[in-house]
Design a protein around this ligand. Structure first.
Ligand code: PAF
Length: 280
């Protein structure tokens, strides 16, 4: 495994690397969810291709300076995981080298990013679009893998690739879950043991809502009520931040499920905000 900091060096390696070159973009603090993305990348790269993992805590996607300052960066541990998983290149740029101080070109997404999580995180998805644009331009990967847990991020990156004609194929990886059904997330460590036992209610509620849809119900009000009812019963102290049934492509809220749709939610357990979704 080779670790590279500079744009020039990683470019040289990627340019001369056999294809497919499969990218797993991360912000580090790697956990089982990332491991599973890396294993998928290895599978896609096959015997001859290469896997590149980027580890970069992208400052411009943080809307609160405090979140950026407290973001965990266990780089030595992350590198060990990458080595163990058979990653070929790890790209670890420094922020001051990655972004020019006087940069004057931005990438902005003007539709999907104001909805769902974007409603309370101004600028976040533009920051994600910018870093992905740069990574795709620097590395020119054949494919890049993103977890389906961040459904909105995935939908926006698909738009980015479509609208800016990137040639990288976007691969969606199913959400990796604990045995309890709780979606794996670096935020789960912030849950108390009681909250940890109640948080799987999110997944259970989503499954119940999907069951109602599968039985023929089309009204999103009634489908979402099923979720709310379950959460109220199982985890009465949790607080729903948002709960919506949206078009799988445009993320616009639906009143009837008359096209491919997704139920997306964010729920607070104490101070910890957990997101999850289910495709209908
Ligand atoms: O999902 C993440 O970890 C980040 O948003 C990403 C895609 C690596 C961009 O910084």
């Amino acid at each position: 495994m080779i670790q590279l900091h500079s744009e020039h060096d990683i470019q040289e390696h990627c340019d001369s690397s056999p294809t497919p070159l499969v990218l797993v973009p991360t912000m580090g603090a790697l956990h089982e969810g990332h491991f599973s993305l890396i294993r998928k990348a290895k599978e896609l790269a096959g015997e001859h291709g290469k896997v590149v993992v980027s580890i970069f805590v992208n400052p411009i996607q943080f809307d609160r300076a405090q979140d950026l300052d407290s973001y965990p960066q266990p780089i030595a541990q992350d590198l060990q995981h990458c080595e163990r998983l058979g990653v070929d290149y790890v790209y670890t740029p420094k922020s001051e080298d990655f972004y020019f101080e006087d940069r004057s070109i931005e990438v902005s997404e003007n539709s999907l990013s104001s909805l769902l999580c974007g409603a309370t995180r101004p600028g976040h998805f533009n920051g994600v679009c910018m870093v992905i644009t740069k990574l795709f331009n620097i590395l020119q990967p054949t494919a890049a893998i993103f977890g389906q847990k961040d459904y909105q991020q995935l939908a926006i990156i698909r738009r980015l690739v479509r609208d800016l004609s990137f040639r990288t194929e976007i691969i969606a990886h199913p959400t990796v879950r604990e045995v309890s059904g709780l979606a794996m997330s670096s935020r789960n460590v912030g849950l108390s043991s009681e909250e940890l036992s109640l948080a799987p209610a999110i997944r259970e509620g989503l499954l119940k809502a999907r069951e109602l849809y599968a039985s023929g119900e089309k009204s999103t009000d009634r489908i979402l009520s099923k979720f709310r009812l379950h959460l109220d019963r199982r985890a009465p102290l949790s607080k729903i931040d948002y709960l919506e049934c949206v078009c799988a492509d445009t993320l616009q809220a639906l009143t009837e499920v008359d096209r491919p749709a997704v139920i997306a939610t964010a729920v607070f357990f104490g101070p910890v905000r957990l997101i999850d979704n289910i495709v209908l």
